[in-house]
Design a protein around this ligand. Structure first.
Ligand code: AKG
Length: 263
């Protein structure tokens, strides 16, 4: 079965991203919302899932959780089989395999993300496709994503020392907001520039991000997390302040805080 009309294929190729409204049913959205709440309630651990926290006007709140798939059967089934894997594989033009997963919570006052491409942060493999699942609604006010349509065809663009698109280049780009409702998905490749603002609403804006690579290029998921853990334990000791990031690139604009056993 195909999820993508020729019009959607054309939009994907032209823009570098594709929104599919209502990909998940209301019942599936109920499950996803419950699962995200469960995962956000897990105690911090240093060797399983990773939680990252930020300072918000309401105090320290989760900004991101990662590496939860092995510990949550519902999420595992949803992201490693079925329609998400199928639609990503269709765009990939071959079988896809999960590379990494995360939840970005963006609670009220939660930080935005500077203009960036994902490719510099996603090592070992050249090309990835991410499937964003909107768990809550995401609007310009609550911090939805903005894309620079068509700019995925240019390779790395003006990479600065933070691993982001240099601010003066980002300023000159044309940006399109892409609001999403619960159950919508938004697919994008690792070279499309994107950014998002702070959450100025009074509601959380929780989003699940599932990133895949072509399985012919290997299964890198465990290596990705082992490398990230090792890098962050080095950052914590080398005085570089990079342990205040939540990624290997410094795109997150919120204020990272230590809150319990972080990673
Ligand atoms: O969740 C967001 O607002 C943007 C996240 C993003 O671009 C990222 O995590 O690389």
């Amino acid at each position: 079965m195909s999820y993508l009309s020729s019009e959607r294929h054309r939009d994907w190729k032209t823009n570098g991203y594709l929104k599919i409204p209502g990909f998940f049913s209301a019942e599936e959205v109920d499950d996803l919302q419950a699962w995200v709440s469960e995962i956000s309630g897990w105690e911090p651990t240093s060797d399983k899932w990773m939680h990252h926290y930020e300072s918000t006007p309401a105090g320290p709140r989760l900004s991101r959780s990662e590496n939860f798939v092995p510990y949550h059967i519902g999420m595992k089934t949803t992201v490693t089989s079925g329609k998400v894997l199928d639609v990503v594989s269709e765009l990939m033009e071959e079988q896809a395999v999960l590379y990494k997963e995360k939840i970005n919570y963006k609670y009220p006052g939660g930080g935005g993300y500077a203009a960036h491409q994902d490719a510099p942060a996603y090592e070992f493999i050249d090309f990835h496709i991410t499937c964003l699942i909107s768990v809550d609604s995401a609007t310009p006010e609550s911090g939805c994503l903005y894309f620079a349509p068509g700019r995925h065809q240019e390779g790395f663009i003006a990479l600065d020392e933070k691993g982001c698109v240099a601010p003066e280049t980002a300023l000159a780009m044309e940006w399109v907001s892409v609001p999403t409702d619960p159950g919508d998905i938004l697919l994008f490749g690792s070279y499309i520039p994107h950014k998002s603002p702070v959450n100025r609403s009074d509601q959380p804006r929780r989003i699940v991000y599932l990133t895949y690579n072509a399985s012919s290029q290997g299964d890198w998921r465990e290596q990705y997390y082992a490398d990230k853990r090792q890098a962050f334990s080095k950052y914590a000791k080398d005085g570089s302040n990079r342990d205040k990031q939540i990624s290997k690139i410094a795109h997150f604009q919120g204020k990272v805080v230590n809150h319990g056993k972080l990673r």
